[in-house]
Every structure is written in C-alpha cells, then in structure tokens.
Ligand binder design. Structure first.
Ligand SMILES: CC(=O)SCCNC(=O)CCNC(=O)[C@H](O)C(C)(C)COP(=O)(O)OP(=O)(O)OC[C@H]1O[C@@H](n2cnc3c(N)ncnc32)[C@H](O)[C@@H]1OP(=O)(O)O
Ligand SMILES: O=CC(=O)O
Ligand SMILES: [Mg+2]
Length: 568
C-alpha cells in the first residue's frame, strides 16, 4: 500500500492558474492537475468512485486473502479442481439473461490501449467490437489513465478526433463503428494517485467508476440500443470475485436509475483456478453476463504461477505453449460448452502475430498462422475472437463468416456436449515440448524490452513480429523464474546445460548487448533498458515468485504532485 506518511496533503494545483480538483470528503487526488482531467475528476464522479470503494474494499481485501490461501494450498502440493460444494450450480438448469441484440454478433473484436488515435482506428476498423484496454495493453501511469478516460468520453459522445501533425492527417469516427467494451484493471492493482479515506483506491473501481459515471447515458443512447455500458473483466480467480463485480454493477445501475441487467460483461477466463468455476462465475453474473473469453496468455502465466511449487509441471519454450497443448484445448472446449449451455458467447483469444510490413513472405506466413488459429476456434464453436491489429481483421472476419452460417453467433447451434466429459486432469495436463537456450534468451530479451516500454508509458509493443503486452511478458518472466528455480537441463543445442543463476546472469548481459545493437546506441541510452533489466532480473531470481510483474514496476511510474514520496 502507498506510504501513509504523505497522506493528508492538499490536492495538486495547476501552477499556472492555481486551479485544483474539487474533491469530496475523504478523497485526495495526488496525480498532476490538468484542466482536461478535471472534466473526468468531477466531484460527483469521485463521490461515486468513493462510494464503490467504501462499500467493496473489505470484500476485495478478503478476496485477495482467499487468493493467498489458495496459493498456499497449491504450494503445499494441492491441485486446483472442481468444488464439490458448488456441484449444484454446475449441474443445475439455469440460463444467463438473453444476449442484447446490440452485441449478438461479436465475430471479430479488436483490442488496444485507450490511446486516442488507436481508439478511433479501432472503432473504425470494421471489427464488431472494440475492447478498450486499461489492463494488459496499458501502462497505468496517471497520464495514460486520465487521458484514456477523456478519450473514451469523447468516443462515446461521438466527438473524438485526433490531428496527427507529422502526417497532417485528421482522424474522426466513421458512421459505422465497433461496439465499445472497456476492460478495467484486475482486482490486485491499486490506484496510487487517488487516495480514499487514507488508502490508495482500487484501480479497477477507479477505471470502472469514472467511465461508467460519465458515459452510461450516452452509451445506452448511442451504442448499446438501451443496454450497457459493456465491460470485459480480467484475471479473476473464482466466483467470489465475480460476485463482487455483480454487486458493483447493481450499485452502479441503482445510482444511474437504470434497469438491473443493463450493464453487461464478458469475463476473461485467464487464470487456471477460474477454469474450474466457469459455471459459478456465470451464475454470479447471470443478469449481467455476455459470455466468457479464453484469455490464453494470462492463462499460461497462471499455469506457471499456480504450479510454482510443482517442479514436475515445468513449461517448455514459450513458443511451444499454444492451443494445441492438451490442457489449452481442453480449456477452450469446456469454455464453449459452458457458455453455450448458459446462453452466452464463448469468445476465443488473441493470436500474437501482427502484420510484417517489410517482408511480404513473412507477412503471408504470419497471416496464415492467424487464419489457422481462427479456423480452429470457429470450428470448435467459438462465437468470435480477438484481433491485435486492424490489418488482421479482413482475414479473421472471412474465416469466421465462412464457417458460422447465417447466424450472428453459434450459441444455439454448437453445444459441444462432448466437452462435458473433460476431467480435472485434462485441464491441467502437463504441457509437452523442449526447453532451449534460445527460449531462455528470447524470454529475457522480450521481458526486458517490454518492461522498458512499460516504464516509459507504453503497454503493448511489437517485438520480433509479435504483439507483446503485460500477459505475454509475464510468461517470459515466470518461465525464466521456474527454470532457474528448478535448475532445468536444457534441450537442443545446449543439451544438458543446467539453468543456473550464473548462466542467467550471463544471458542477461549478452541479451542486453543484443538489444543495444538492435535498437541502436542512442535509443538504448535514452530508454529505460538498464532499469528494466534490473526489475526483470530481480524478479526472475526472486526466491519467492512475485505475484505480478507490474505490481513491482508500478512503484516506478507513480508520480505524486507536488513531488513527494511516491513509493508503494
Ligand atoms: C494478451 C492480451 O491481453 S491481448 C489484448 C491486449 N493487447 C492489445 O490490445 C494489443 C493491441 N495491439 C497493439 O497495441 C498494436 O497493434 C501493436 C503495439 C502490437 C503494434 O502497433 P504498431 O507498431 O503501432 O502497429 P503498426 O505500425 O503496424 O500500425 C499501423 C496502424 O494501425 C494502427 N493500429 C495498430 N494496432 C491497433 C489496434 N490494436 N487498435 C487500433 N489501431 C491499431 C496504428 O495506430 C497505425 O495507425 P495509423 O496508420 O493511422 O498511424
Ligand atoms: O487478456 C488476454 C490474455 O490472453 O491474457
Ligand atoms: Mg490477460
């Protein structure tokens, strides 16, 4: 938690005008003052956020304690599994509320950070949905978060524009745009620039609360055909956490005076424990659900995290952990069966490939991998999927459209009852494949470059022709940690070489030199590579695995105004 020593000072002011945020009792804003941000940080909106924080903070703290308890169980040799106490939910005949027609067709969804130009590009991209991301794709600096809120408000109002001065190009919304979903941060991240009653606010309640407060009315009018706003909910581990979200939604609906069930959300199943509670999660959110999504990258990260004390479940090279691994295929199949049984969308995940502009052959090969991945998804019964880049949308749309028949989704037509037979063992089966020196090197190179970007405000980056974000970087980190911790013996060219702290130290040095060559001396010197290398190395060598890469790194991007101690 952010140091209490700096609690109790006044909200930051503009040096030029002396203007300050007008805050309700018990709320301290410690981020920079900006007249644009003040459009979002209004007294009423902050009062709403503070109300959410006060009602739910103890529930959230308790949920985080439950995560710790579960971790201790797994660390003592326990395995995640279905809970016998909630068998009645899994076996019961109940349905989620019907899908609103505004989002019946979600065959291609583009995702991206809440950056102004990207929001316009994504909404104009031809995708059915745009998921605007405060999470994996965003570095949660005060500037990014507040600008993101301003951008989303302008987008929902339909007034957003952007002038690219260098290219003298003006960006505006088309007549037809994608439907907007917003993904707040996970429960674990604090918002250290907003204190409520002496404690940092919960990041996701700030993201949700500010966005909901300013946009619900316009959204329902302009986008949701009477429903909405729509959300994606990340990184939950169990149905207790889903229940908190459901209660948050009900409180928001009450405040707004709108019907219960107006807000709709898709939950990402992206932690291993959550796959055993998909029915329970949908049940808690049954009035507010529009489905589940295979958040495959965080899911892989979570596999390592859950089994951090199980040396018999080490991952092979990151590039080998795809949807063809038995545990990954089983997860996608069971998710489809669960969602369709309950009448909601079963969304696929993100292929990491992005267009390769300067190499047509490599570009076609990357596109082919995306097509294959999407074909597998639609044939399995997914109702839609994610695209990381607008350049992929036509190909993905074609695959889904050609294989979905005339209906907007497959909810009623593909039941996947065969997946009812999947067992706990299917869902955790050990991944197969080799562990190589190149895998260790690539993890290190990617992890350091990602953290360097994140520290300078960029949460998703192209690296070696793939999209990298917080979820994919987490895999690189925890995989290195696991290999070092258990001293794995490598396969391939370095057959028999043991991964030790000493070997890793050498790899870091050599990969830093390679990064410097690749990005150029000037950029390397100006960038945050040294700092990133320190953070990444410390986490890979930590005796006890850090829960999240971004929790530690967050300390480095908190900037209080006037500048005081900003350490968590
Ligand atoms: C694991 C998960 O959680 S996945 C979900 C979270 N991750 C994401 O959302 C990643 C989204 N994708 C991205 O951020 C980007 O595509 C990147 C960083 C991977 C690559 O970005 P760039 O290097 O800028 O791509 P590129 O230069 O090819 O962009 C070309 C154009 O497409 C736009 N563009 C690229 N990706 C997106 C996107 N996701 N949404 C909207 N516009 C986009 C660029 O803004 C640029 O627009 P312009 O021509 O008008 O200037
Ligand atoms: O959020 C998506 C993921 O794959 O992680
Ligand atoms: Mg994720």
């Amino acid at each position: 938690m952010v140091g209490m020593e700096s609690y109790g000072y006044n909200a930051p002011m503009s040096k030029k005008t002396g203007a300050a945020y007008d805050v309700p009792e018990g709320v301290d804003i410690r981020g920079r003052y900006d007249a644009e941000f003040a459009r979002i940080l209004t007294k009423d909106a902050l009062q709403f956020v503070a109300g959410l924080q006060r009602e739910f903070r103890n529930h959230i703290k308790y949920a985080m304690e439950c995560r710790k308890e579960a971790k201790e169980r797994y660390n003592s040799g326990g395995l995640p599994g279905f809970d016998p106490a909630t068998k009645y939910v899994r076996e019961g005949e109940w349905m989620c509320a019907p899908v609103p027609s505004a989002v019946a067709d979600r065959r291609v969804e583009i995702t991206g950070p809440v950056e102004r130009k990207m929001i316009i590009n994504a909404l104009n991209s031809g995708a059915k949905v745009f998921m605007a991301d405060f999470e994996d794709a965003l570095s949660p600096s005060w500037e990014n978060l507040m600008r993101g809120q301003v951008n989303l408000k302008d987008a929902v109002d339909g007034t957003i524009s952007f002038h690219d001065q260098a290219r003298n190009r003006v960006y505006k919304l088309n007549d037809q745009t994608a439907k907007l979903f917003v993904r707040p941060r996970g429960w674990h991240l604090p918002e250290a620039h907003i204190f409520i009653d002496g404690e940092p606010a919960t990041g996701c309640l700030v993201d949700f609360g500010l966005y909901f407060y300013h946009n619900y009315a316009a959204f329902r009018r302009n986008q949701g055909e009477g429903y909405g706003p729509f959300f994606y909910l990340p990184k939950m581990e169990n149905s207790r956490e889903a229940k908190i979200w459901n209660n948050v939604f009900e409180r928001a609906e009450k405040m707004a005076g709108i019907e219960k069930g107006s807000i709709r959300a898709t939950v990402l199943i992206e932690t291993l424990p959550a796959v055993f509670e998909m029915d329970e999660i949908l049940y808690e959110l049954r009035d507010h659900s529009v489905g589940l999504n295979c958040g495959r990258w965080d899911y892989i990260f979570s596999y390592v995290k859950t089994f951090q004390s199980h040396p018999d479940r080490l991952l092979p090279d990151r590039v080998l952990v795809g949807m063809n691994q038995h545990f990954m295929r089983s997860y996608s199949d069971l998710l489809i069966r669960t969602c369709h049984r309950r009448g909601v969308h079963a969304m696929g995940g993100m292929a990491a490939q992005i267009p390769i502009r300067d190499d047509p052959k490599a570009n076609e090969a990357a596109l082919e991998l995306v097509r294959k991945d999407k074909l597998r998804e639609v044939m399995a019964g997914h109702d839609g999927t994610w695209a990381a880049h607008p350049g992929l949308i036509p190909a993905i749309m074609e695959v889904f459209t050609n294989n979905m028949g005339n209906s907007p989704n497959l909810i009623k037509t593909v039941k996947r009852e065969d997946a009812a037979n999947l067992t706990e063992e299917d869902l955790i089966q050990r991944p197969r494949g080799v562990r190589t020196m190149e895998g260790l090197r690539l993890n290190t190179r990617v992890g350091i470059q990602y953290v360097a970007a994140w520290l300078t405000g960029t949460g998703s980056v192209p690296l070696y022709n793939l999209m990298e974000d917080a979820a994919t970087a987490e895999i690189s980190r925890v995989q290195n940690w696991q290999w070092i911790k258990y001293g794995v013996e490598l396969d391939g060219d370095a057959m028999g070489v043991k991964v030790t702290r000493c070997l890793f130290g050498r790899v870091v040095e050599e990969e830093m030199a390679r990064i410097e060559r690749e990005v150029g001396r000037e950029k390397f010197k100006k960038g945050m590579y040294a700092e990133a290398s320190k953070i990444f190395t410390r986490q890979c060598l930590a005796p006890v695995l850090d829960d999240f890469l971004t929790l530690d790194a967050y300390n480095r991007i908190v900037i209080h105004h006037p500048k005081t101690s900003s350490k968590l």
